[in-house]
Design a protein around this ligand. Structure first.
Ligand SMILES: Cc1cc2nc3c(=O)[nH]c(=O)nc-3n(C[C@H](O)[C@H](O)[C@H](O)COP(=O)(O)O)c2cc1C
Length: 185
């Protein structure tokens, strides 16, 4: 089985954020597999212009998305939505999203970020992406991980495995089909 390239996009950019704990757990989970090679993209470092004006930062982000076969967004839930920095990132790139599968690792308070994930499914469709069925959601995220970044949440571990297998299936199918003829756009 050929490995796929996966961008793991960390959507939280707030000082004191929990996001890196969740993203690093997910990256460790990916590293235990031999069919997915992940690259972390931290939107705090990407520093994308909120007005969507052309910029070297935007070009670099688009190139990073263009270089992978699939995407996972690691996102908190803010006021029943997803962070503005993530919307900026989604709107910064156009063609590089197309024909690729996307999965979601969300977290938050009681809702586990599931409302953010469901909103992102709508946006993914507009970007010509395939949002895979399984997603990961951590409720009460501050208590979900120990000091080593480990979680006992077996449902999350199971969902991550299913989501990664679905991403691999869709990314491989998309690569094979794109060799026959390009995505119609
Ligand atoms: C502005 C803001 C709004 C929030 N709204 C929600 C919410 O609607 N639902 C929820 O479950 N948690 C909500 N929370 C809790 C966050 O999900 C939680 O603080 C999480 O740690 C935020 O991720 P971060 O630390 O990576 O920024 C909110 C937090 C902030 C800062």
């Amino acid at each position: 089985m050929d490995p796929i390239g996966l961008a793991v996009v960390l959507a939280s950019v707030r000082p004191g954020r929990v996001g890196p704990v969740v993203a690093d757990w997910f990256l460790r989970t990916v590293s235990e597999r031999n069919d997915v090679v992940a690259t972390k993209i931290d939107l705090m470092d990407a520093a994308l212009p909120a007005d969507l004006s052309p910029s070297p930062a935007g070009e670099a982000f688009a190139a990073a998305i263009g270089a992978v076969d699939a995407v996972v967004v690691v996102t908190p839930e803010y006021n029943h939505g997803y962070p503005g920095a993530l919307k900026t990132a989604l709107d910064t790139v156009k063609y590089q999203w197309r024909g690729k599968p996307i999965g979601f690792v969300s977290y938050g308070g009681l809702g586990g970020g599931l409302r953010a994930t469901e909103q992102l499914r709508q946006v993914a469709a507009e970007l010509h992406m395939v949002a895979v069925r399984d997603s990961v959601g951590f409720h009460r995220v501050r208590t979900a991980f120990d000091e080593n970044g480990h979680t006992d949440d077996s449902a999350a571990v199971d969902a991550a495995g299913r989501m990664l297998s679905q991403l691999h299936w869709w990314a491989t199918a998309s690569k094979v089909q794109s060799r026959a003829f390009p995505y119609p756009g």
